[in-house]
Design a protein around this ligand. Structure first.
Ligand SMILES: [Fe+2]
Ligand SMILES: [Fe+2]
Length: 319
């Protein structure tokens, strides 16, 4: 597609059904930041919005030019890097990116509201080099996820319980002891530790209530879906309606837990130890960081692999 100032229109109605979404994605991928195209359709293309958001992230603007009933037109613009995701948002979505930013001395907590382009300009870092590292990281992650992707959903659910829920149940009381102890001993000189305990207690309580819901309601239902799919036996609708309902709730709780961890990371300046930190202080920060890493991995497996596949499976089984 030639890069021109005029905005081209893609008439989706004349495309073969199986070619509609791939063609739109092709057009989108060819756009440079700041460019746009229009899709012309005979119904609301909202599902495409979610697909684009899921697969490309928050890197586009979606504007309705016409909203039916017969004609639907949407202008899709690709955001420029400075309008695109901020460093903080990138880290919130994938905490491993924090390592890359840290390596370049980029603040992704309090100053994380700036875009990659802005911070590179300010720090005199090559944006290409930084982006190449971020992309390589995405790639490595995709390869790792490809493994989980092959697993049966029931097996993945059991893996999450045996690895991550088990970890949390052990880590929660131990970390509570560490954080309250350092707040008691060092709280007068480091008042932020008192705040850390508050946020840590919030996230610990939330997760303790969250895990049984997955273990007793959602995961058993996912296993039932899998059974029904294998055996072909009809499954009675669940008491909670569509699986989307408990999943929405779980995702909201994940977001809240992530928010608490973000506050802790801000308060501790990304787990930076002060000069007067004692051994317990050091262990507490190390364990908090480990807790965060495990939690993000855990949430990633649920939000990005288990849940979307379970939603698809339910559609298949109940159709
Ligand atoms: Fe979980
Ligand atoms: Fe969860």
């Amino acid at each position: 597609m030639a890069i021109t100032q005029t905005i081209e229109t893609l008439d989706v109605t004349v495309l073969e059904p199986r070619m509609k979404h791939p063609t739109i994605f092709q057009w989108f991928d060819k756009l440079k930041g700041g460019e746009a195209f229009i899709i012309h359709n005979d119904h609301d293309p909202k599902p495409l919005y979610y697909q684009l958001l899921g697969e490309r992230g928050n890197v586009f603007k979606w504007e309705y030019l016409e909203q039916g009933p017969a004609v639907w037109e949407v202008q899709i613009s690709k955001l420029t890097p400075e309008e695109g995701e901020s460093v903080g948002e990138l880290v919130a979505k994938d905490y491993r990116k924090a390592q890359v930013f840290k390596k370049y001395g980029i603040d992704f907590c309090c100053g994380g509201k700036k875009s990659v382009k802005q911070v590179c300009a300010e720090k005199g870092i090559s944006q290409d080099e930084l982006e190449a590292e971020l992309i390589a990281m995405d790639q490595a992650e995709k390869e790792r996820d490809a493994e989980y992707d092959k697993w049966d959903l029931g097996f993945l659910a059991d893996y999450i319980v045996n690895m991550h829920h088990k970890y949390l149940r052990e880590a929660i009381p131990a970390l509570y002891e560490y954080t309250t102890k350092i707040a008691r001993v060092h709280g007068s000189r480091h008042p932020e530790l008192v705040e850390v305990v508050k946020h840590y207690t919030n996230v610990a309580n939330e997760l303790e209530a969250h895990m049984p819901k997955e273990e007793r309601v959602l995961f058993p239902y996912i296993k039932q879906l899998e059974e029904a799919k294998k055996s072909g036996v009809k499954l009675e609708p669940a008491g909670f309606g569509s699986i989307q309902n408990p999943i929405n709730m779980m995702e909201m709780e994940h977001e809240s837990a992530g928010g608490e961890m973000e506050r802790i990371r801000e308060l501790t300046d990304n787990y930076t130890l002060p000069a007067d930190a004692c051994a317990t202080y050091t262990v507490a920060f190390k364990k908090l960081k480990e807790f965060e890493d495990d939690l993000f991995r855990h949430i990633h497996l649920e939000n990005n692999i288990l849940f979307p596949k379970a939603i698809e499976m339910e559609k298949e089984v109940l159709k």
